[in-house]
Design a protein around this ligand. Structure first.
Ligand code: 5RP
Length: 217
């Protein structure tokens, strides 16, 4: 099985968490795209979706799934999203697709976070994948200097503007021993909008597409 087939397997298994009559939170990325495609088969049985990016909104709407404004929806049960890395504590690095801020917002409202990944995303210690940080454009150099003080090597993701009009710094070589503390410390830098550590609010369920089928951690 290739990587796309493993992603598709995890995405398909996540449909078991989609409850009839409810709103579903939808993440962003290639794995989530498989989930959106699978969700289309259930579109008449859900109350609609809350989307974490313009890209996911376009895909959902193209398949006839109604996209709701988060402000018009109360709490809902389930948010489904991919990850760039996930560790055994179900902490994640996200933001490879630059959608981290809206992803974190939608995830915060959902009661359960269901993470869907292929097996290549599983790690013991996070940090090989550069940690994305969304930054207000005028603060880019200042935030980069502060991230160096925290031990990282930030690299400006050139040519990328987030759905919120901001820029991304990808932080290489960051030693992530305490993900909850690091998430908090990076968010405390003035000019940072969000960072891609999802540790304070990690995943509740992780579904891994593997050669032995979809496995839930
Ligand atoms: C986007 C994300 C994605 O969930 C993450 O990058 C994984 O993407 P993919 O499913 O394409 O591997 O956080 O901001």
């Amino acid at each position: 099985m290739n990587q796309d087939q493993l992603k598709q397997q995890a995405a398909q298994a996540a449909l078991a968490y989609v409850n009839d009559g409810e709103v579903i939170g939808v993440g962003t990325g290639s794995t989530v795209n498989f989930f959106i495609d699978a969700l289309a088969a259930k579109k008449d049985r859900i109350a609609g979706a809350v989307s974490s990016s313009e890209a996911s909104t376009l895909r959902l709407e193209a398949l006839g799934i109604e996209v709701l404004d988060l402000n018009s929806v109360g709490e809902f049960s389930v948010y489904v999203d991919g990850a760039d890395e996930v560790n055994p504590a179900k902490h994640m690095i996200k933001g490879g697709g630059a959608a981290l801020t809206r992803e974190k917002i939608v995830a915060a409202v959902a009661k359960k976070f269901v993470c869907i990944v292929d097996a290549s995303k599983q790690v013991d210690v996070m940090g090989r994948f550069p940690l994305p940080v969304e930054v207000i454009p005028m603060a880019r150099s200042y935030v980069a200097r502060e991230l160096v003080k925290l031990g990282g090597d930030p690299v400006y993701r050139e040519g990328v503007v987030t759905d919120n009009g901001n820029v991304i710094l990808d932080v290489h070589n960051m030693k992530i021993t305490d993900a909850v503390a690091l998430e908090r410390d990076i968010n405390a830098i003035v000019g940072v909008v969000t960072n891609g550590l999802f540790a304070a609010r990690g995943a509740d369920h992780v579904i891994v597409g593997s050669k032995n089928g979809a496995i839930e951690l």
